[in-house]
Design a protein around this ligand. Sequence first.
Ligand SMILES: NC(=O)c1ccc[n+]([C@@H]2O[C@H](COP(=O)([O-])OP(=O)(O)OC[C@H]3O[C@@H](n4cnc5c(N)ncnc54)[C@H](O)[C@@H]3O)[C@@H](O)[C@H]2O)c1
Ligand SMILES: O=C(O)[C@H](O)COP(=O)(O)O
Length: 395
Amino acid sequence: MANAARPFQVLVLNQISELGLQRLPAGRYQVGKSIDAPDAVLVRSADMHSMDIPASVQAIARAGAGTNNIPVKVLSARGVPVFNAPGANANAVKELVLAGMLLAARNLPGALRFVESLDPAAPGLDEQVENGKKPFAGFELAGQTLGVIGLGKIGCLVAHAAIQMGMNVLGHDPEITVDAAWSLPSQVRKAASVSEVLRNAQFVSLHVPLVDATRHMVNADNVRLMKPGAVLLNFSREGVVDDAAVLRALDSGHLGRYVCDFPSAAVLRHPKVIALPHLGASTREAEDNCAVMVAEQLRDYLENGNIVNAVNFPAVSMARESAYRVGIANANVPNMVGQISTAMAHAGLNIHNMVNKSRGEMAYTLVDVDSAVSDDVLETLRAIDGVLAVRYLPA
Ligand SMILES: NC(=O)c1ccc[n+]([C@@H]2O[C@H](COP(=O)([O-])OP(=O)(O)OC[C@H]3O[C@@H](n4cnc5c(N)ncnc54)[C@H](O)[C@@H]3O)[C@@H](O)[C@H]2O)c1
Ligand SMILES: O=C(O)[C@H](O)COP(=O)(O)O
């Protein structure tokens, strides 16, 4: 916790855009790669599952979309929110997916290798080019069907762009949000299952998070449903596709290409795999957007206890009307608010404003009181069964 003598300590595990770091002003924040007792961790894709996360950590900020590199369940049990940056890198990924479709449809990797193999000093270069280009003739995207699995921030943009390029789009997302459904072009047809998408699309692009339900979403059982010569695009996560099954489908000649952002040892150097080094979100714009969004959310949490875009907490924001605020993460069970307000009343604290919201098993309570809160009261709150974390946030 910061105080006059000690700024908030933020441990940074990956390269984070300078624009984002500037949102954590020096003086109030100390940000670095080696910090002993951090209040918060700023991360991109570093694997935090094997990390010993210090007890001092009150928040994790993921400057990006996917949180499968973070032990979210463990942190929830500690009352620690995990923030991410929904949509902040979606355009970057969409553009790379379009590039992936074009790389596959026009045989561009092979064509580039052919051009690189030409000797500029050799006679008859023009003739070599014209004779050598024949194996790389491709096909156009317009008129083809693209299946999009996962119609969130990225999937929706990919669907839009494909429609604008003259493709037919088939979408599947059993948990689509109302906002996403509203944002989709009316031409997008709805598929009831992953199988329906695989059966009917020439291109299939995956845009789901990696969770238990999506692990090996494309596997040995269903890859054979894909159209002969179809192209599978995975800019989601390595584990969403069973690499071995996809390689077998490529080797048998059934699947045309596998375009992915995750060059695992299994897929590396396969002639029908186009693998990129996890570049989806690596644009100046996306890196700035993600870092700025998540740094602002982190700051609002550390200083005011407000919660915006946490993947494991409800959204809770309350305007500051009092200098004395307490933030309480608690289990979503009966009588928590009653016990919290009773403890405050016994200490003679008058509640000025209070919000309590829940999401799944987690609840979060923000309380503004009219006078300073003592350490004894904070300890009493921490001792309530079901309370996971208590933070005192004097203005
Ligand atoms: N390659 C990259 O650099 C890069 C960049 C950004 C995101 N990603 C990956 O892409 C994922 C999606 O990102 P986003 O910003 O669109 O997230 P998002 O949360 O906006 O969208 C994910 C969508 O997947 C849907 N979904 C979940 N389970 C599903 C299932 N079983 N079947 C079909 N749909 C399902 C959800 O309902 C949601 O609409 C991220 O979780 C991350 O793993 C990769
Ligand atoms: O989930 C994401 O946002 C992407 O995979 C980006 O990862 P990166 O921040 O490591 O580029």
